[in-house]
Design a protein around this ligand. Sequence first.
Ligand code: CO
Length: 424
Amino acid sequence: MNAALLDYIAASPTAYHAVAHTAELLEKAGYTALCESGHWALRPGGKYYVMRNGSSLIAFRVPHGEYSGFMMTAAHCDSPCFKVKENGELADEHYVRLSTERYGGMLCASWMDRPLALAGRVVVRTGDGFAVRLVDLKDCSVLIPNVAIHMNREANDGMKYNAAVDMLPLYGASGAKGSLRQRLAACAGVEEKEILATDLFVYNPQAGCVWNGFVSAPRLDDLQCAFAALTGFMEAEESGAVPVYCLFDNEEVGSQTKQGAASTFLRDVLCRIAGGDEALRAHTANSFMVSCDNAHAVHPNHPEYQDRNHAVYMNGGVVIKYNANQRYTSDAVSAALFRLVCEQAGVPVQQYANRADLPGGSTLGNIANTQVSLNTVDIGLPQLAMHSAYETAGAEDTEHMVCALRAFYGKSLRMERDGTYQFK
Ligand code: CO
């Protein structure tokens, strides 16, 4: 299972590539692409997916018979990294560096002194308009060098990283000037002058590995969940509900984009599946969302950051995340429902809450709920070093998540007038 996960991560250096690769896997499994600008003639038994901006994707299957609602998972396909500015080359007499900005909140130290690569998309001129091409300059390494300890004796006593100074990657010697756009053009198969605009990111191309019961790789947050949810979604048996798989861009920058979890994307898609607002409302009441984003495992050297009763460990199973202020959406009803799923699937469950004096992060569930409001649980897999360029999780947990979500997608939910739920 982890070999397939590492393939998925390697094929997904950016959100655009993650979505393109996911679409390819869905196509291979017989899913049909829908276009948001076209008419949707959905048929019973049909398998579909739709993309927005090439960086978010929603896949679903229409059951053969009547259905009650939607059984959904959501994960994100972006991760913290550096975005190359539009006029990216920063040349002087001796060096060409890249002018970058931070995308999301990474651990800066982990990005230093390692070969990095560039990937993203370029928009190119075509005969009567423009087209998007994905690019991946795998062999075009850049590197962010540390300052030697001899020049900064305080380097081991806590560092401050200035994104405009310390984090600018070295691209080449002065002779490299002007070559970045040439390389992008060659990669996109166009002349340099045909490039109209770019979305280019610095990423870590290092291969993932499995070692002593752990899996380490770039972008485990959240591609481990994205992969596990996709696998569970594709393998699940038909239930009396519509299984929906959501992969959202821009979680790391707050989700408030046209394709992020705060957008209308999910609502728009569900409305078209339901065939209108009235049906959508009834179906939504019988729906459930599992918001999947990794969680913090107890750090071996710093166990003090964990709440004592809510410490979670790698290879201990799927984590349900709780937060009184609802940054995690789990409540007694949604946690109970997800526990039932895991119990029936034989998957161990752990419970996570931040220490009451640590704010923790936010994720997809509460944000998606502002557009489509329904019972939602926040879950994830325990991992170390979240937002490092190279993260570590439990090797057995990928399978735990696949089993749990495959079981979840095989279920349907119905809310009765007396407030009870039928869940089978
Ligand atoms: Co995440």
